[in-house]
Design a protein around this ligand. Structure first.
Ligand SMILES: *[C@@H]1O[C@H](CO)[C@@H](O)[C@H](O)[C@H]1NC(C)=O
Length: 388
């Protein structure tokens, strides 16, 4: 079990007289499972796509340090990659060999410490591409997003130009606050998997129809109920695809590369059958919870964030924070309904963001969704509909 301690994203909106210093205790002395890195402490030079080496407006070639995602580009070996995690909100994410892994945090509280726990052994999922080289690179980044890219192994380069070059690749825009995992495929083949087992009774559905794994299916919406975490995950594909599924560990594998497509995945229920140790109302066996967030996640799945613009504005004792998300829409449009405008972005906000008025306050255009989508050490996290 690897624990991850998260940092606050925003400072207080109102300058306070005197703030006590954060604890100076060494987490290791408190028994926190700290990461020991055997090798270099700085990202390797080959962790950056070429365009990241372009000078910025000030002519600087400096790369971001101490970003919330810096861990993603530290470490090389498999166990170091597992420790390369960051709290992307709402999921704890870490790069896998050929994709991005996600675990749901749960609160670990003791007398002298509180942390977001997660499990990188079994209780996570991975969205990736099966025909890419291991080793991800940063293609671009800003204050709230980072895009990772994997180079395809297909011999013939395709005609599709991507952010990192003209060859086949997979590209993951990771934007803090997105309740979905997103991967763009250019001549590469999607998969979604987990070390967990599919529930044998209700485990798998394709476009709303129950399916039996192992098997082959065609569709664009795939639903998984996982045994160990009791989580339901939905995978949306921009295009209808042929897939094979396996049950133990759960695997959804596309049969062919997507020339230009997107897969998205989101957790729709974390107490599906009443057996989650962390997220049901009482210890298992508990009552199953209805999937109250499934419809809203479905309705907004086609619009995804790729970047963020953050404006900070200070006047006297007050500070205004404005976030504008850069977006894309996946697929040929038929997923969202032809002719209809793309739905607004669905993001998430932590309790302290709401209290600071970051969501919908002072001219903001955000619409809050009722209910707590996820609990972490900062409190209840809610879904928010907003492009800014
Ligand atoms: C996940 O679990 C928390 C309780 O820990 C609950 O409040 C929340 O609604 C659940 N979210 C989903 C998507 O099921």
């Amino acid at each position: 079990m690897h624990a991850h301690v998260c940092a606050l994203l925003f400072a207080a909106t109102r300058a306070t007289a005197r703030v006590a210093p954060y604890s100076r205790l060494n987490p290791a002395e408190l028994g926190v499972d700290v990461v020991k890195r055997g090798k270099e402490q700085a990202p390797a030079a080959d962790r950056w796509a070429a365009m990241e080496g372009a000078p910025d407006a000030a002519g600087s070639l400096a790369r971001p340090t101490n970003a919330w995602w810096t861990n993603f580009v530290l470490g090389q070996g498999p166990s170091e990659l597992e420790n390369a995690n960051g709290f992307a909100i709402p999921y704890v994410l870490w790069p896998a060999k050929r994709g991005i892994s996600a675990g749901l945090p749960f609160v670990l509280a003791q007398a002298n410490q509180i942390e977001n726990g997660f499990d990188s052994t079994i209780s996570f999922v991975t969205l990736g591409a099966s025909d890419v080289r291991t080793g991800h690179r940063v293609a671009r980044s800003d204050a709230l997003s980072v895009s990772l890219e994997w180079e395809g192994t297909a011999a013939a380069p395709t005609a599709h130009a991507g952010a990192g070059g003209a060859g086949p690749h997979a590209h993951a825009p990771i934007v803090r606050g997105s309740p979905y995992l997103t991967m763009e495929y250019r001549g590469t083949t999607p998969f979604f998997d987990s070390a967990q087992s599919l529930d044998p009774q209700v485990g798998f559905a394709v476009d709303g129809e129950p399916g039996v794994c192992p098997g082959k299916f065609r569709g664009r919406r795939f639903e998984f109920v996982l045994v160990e975490t009791d989580e339901t995950w939905v995978v949306w594909s921009s295009h209808e695809v042929e897939v094979g599924c396996q049950t133990d560990g759960a695997l959804l594998q596309a049969a062919a590369p997507l020339s230009d497509g997107v897969w998205r995945a989101a957790l729709t229920n974390n107490c599906t059958l009443g057996r989650s140790a962390h997220h049901c109302r009482k210890s298992p066996p508990a009552d199953p919870e209805p999937p109250i967030f499934a419809d809203i996640l479905e309705a907004h799945a086609v619009t995804y964030p790729i970047s963020a613009e953050v404006d900070l504005h200070a006047a006297g004792d007050d500070a205004a924070v404005r976030i504008r998300w850069g977006t894309r829409t996946m697929g040929d449009g038929s997923n969202g309904g032809r002719g209809k405008p793309a739905p607004a972005l669905l993001m998430s906000a932590m309790e302290h963001h709401r209290r600071m008025g970051l969501c919908g306050g002072a001219g903001g255009k955000a619409e809050m969704v009722d209910g707590v989508y996820q609990r972490n050490m900062n409190g209840g996290l809610s879904l928010v509909i907003a492009n800014e």
